[in-house]
Design a protein around this ligand. Sequence first.
Ligand SMILES: Cc1cc2nc3c(=O)[nH]c(=O)nc-3n(C[C@H](O)[C@H](O)[C@H](O)COP(=O)(O)O)c2cc1C
Length: 155
Amino acid sequence: MKKAILIYASKHHGNTYKLAKAISEKYEIAMIDATKESIVDLQEYEVIGFASGIDFGKFYEEIENFAEANLPIKKEVFFLYTCAMERKGFTNSIREIALKKDAIILGEYGCKGYNTYGPWKVIGGMNKKHPTEVEVKSAVEFFDKIYGLEFVEVF
Ligand SMILES: Cc1cc2nc3c(=O)[nH]c(=O)nc-3n(C[C@H](O)[C@H](O)[C@H](O)COP(=O)(O)O)c2cc1C
């Protein structure tokens, strides 16, 4: 069993934390809050996940800084995020950081998250119920595919 860890920053409403927590509970994977810890030795982990809300089109600065500072070379990495409006490219910047460290990218999962930034606050926010139970389940299923499948025994 590969040793895995999840690095997260979920500063706005804890939306992304819900995805990360569900995965961590199913697979008993440790989690690190990148807004609280900045230097951690990750060498013992083979699979490293980065989970973040989206802030002006990319992962939170704390996650990017954490990856720059702590991601060892040649690790398997994956990305989780929640955002106000789904679109491509939210992982471009964090992918670049990972690729500079010769990471093997396993994939990404993203979905909508409750957002009260700026004018949305006045009208009570957008995506109020997100991530939904289905979205959280889909995040776990994503991880089942990239990580859990190795446990399926074929007779
Ligand atoms: C300062 C700020 C900037 C944001 N920028 C974007 C953005 O560029 N694109 C987007 O889709 N959502 C954006 N959002 C919405 C958040 O990414 C979304 O609410 C996310 O679910 C927050 O995740 P968290 O609760 O895990 O921090 C922004 C939110 C804040 C507070």
